[in-house]
Design a protein around this ligand. Structure first.
Ligand code: SAM
Length: 206
C-alpha cells in the first residue's frame, strides 16, 4: 500500500488531478505577509515539499535565493520549468528527510529562512519531530522558520493528509528545539482555510 512517505503517493494525486491543495498560484496569504514588518527583506530560502513551486517562485521574485525541494516527479518537472525563468531559484528532487547541509547533492548549505506551507500537514504525524529536526539542521543559527500552519484546529489528526495540529501540540513538540518569536494572523487565506491557519515565526532555541 502506498503511504504518504512515498513519492508515488503524491505523484499519483498530481497525475490523477486530485491535488486539491494546488491552487496553481502563489498563496495570497504569503504575498500579504511579504508586506508585514516582520517579513525578512533578504536571505536565502529553503522550501521543503514545494509542490509546483508557486510560493518558492514568489520568494524568488522578491529577490531571495531559493531552493525548492520535492520528491514527486510531476512536481519536480514543474519546478524545473520555473527555474528556467528565475536565476535565483533552484530545484532539488529529494526526499526532504534526506536534506543535509554537508552534502552538495542534498541541499549542501544552511539557510536564512525555511518557509513551510502544506508540508507539515502532508507528512505523517508520526514524523513531525523528525521534520522539525530537518528544519533545525538546515537552518542557520540566526535563521528563522516562517511556517504557515494549516489546518491549525482540533480534530482528527490521523484522517489526513492534511493532518491537523493544535497550538498545544506545536508548543510541546517545539519546546527546546525552536522558540516561538511571533504569531501573525493569516490574511487573504484560500477559501475554507480562513481562521484555520496562522504564520508562526520560529528561531532556534538557545
Ligand atoms: C500537500 S502538498 C503541498 C505543496 C506546497 N507546499 C503547497 O502548499 O502547494 C505536499 C507536497 O510535499 C511533497 N512531499 C511530501 N513528503 C515529502 C518528502 N518526504 N520529501 C519531499 N517532498 C515531500 C509532496 O510531493 C507534495 O508536493
Amino acid at each position: 500500500m502506498l503511504t504518504q512517505n512515498l513519492s508515488d503517493f503524491w505523484d499519483n494525486l498530481y497525475s490523477e488531478g486530485k491535488d486539491y491543495w494546488n491552487f496553481k498560484k502563489s498563496t495570497p496569504a504569503l504575498l500579504k505577509f511579504f508586506e508585514h514588518p516582520s517579513c525578512p527583506k533578504s536571505g536565502s530560502v529553503l522550501v521543503p515539499g514545494a509542490g509546483f513551486g508557486y510560493d518558492a517562485e514568489a520568494w524568488a521574485k522578491k529577490g531571495h535565493p531559493v531552493l525548492a525541494v520535492d520528491f514527486s516527479p510531476t512536481a519536480v518537472d514543474e519546478l524545473d520549468s520555473l527555474i528556467r525563468k528565475h536565476s535565483n531559484l533552484k530545484s532539488l528532487d529529494l526526499d526532504l528527510f534526506e536534506l543535509s547541509p554537508h552534502d552538495e547533492k542534498k541541499g549542501g548549505e544552511q539557510f536564512d529562512i525555511i518557509y513551510e506551507y502544506g508540508t507539515f500537514s502532508a507528512i505523517h504525524p508520526g514524523r513531525r519531530d523528525e521534520y522539525f529536526e530537518v528544519w533545525h539542521k538546515m537552518l542557520k543559527d540566526d535563521g528563522i522558520v516562517i511556517a504557515l500552519f494549516y489546518p491549525l484546529m482540533s480534530g482528527d489528526t490521523f484522517k489526513g493528509p492534511p493532518h491537523s495540529t493544535t497550538e498545544g501540540e506545536l508548543m510541546a513538540r517545539l519546546s527546546g528545539v525552536f522558540d516561538l518569536v511571533e504569531k501573525i494572523p493569516a490574511q487573504e487565506s484560500f477559501p475554507n482555510r480562513e481562521n484555520k491557519e496562522e504564520f508562526w515565526i520560529l528561531k532556534k532555541s538557545t
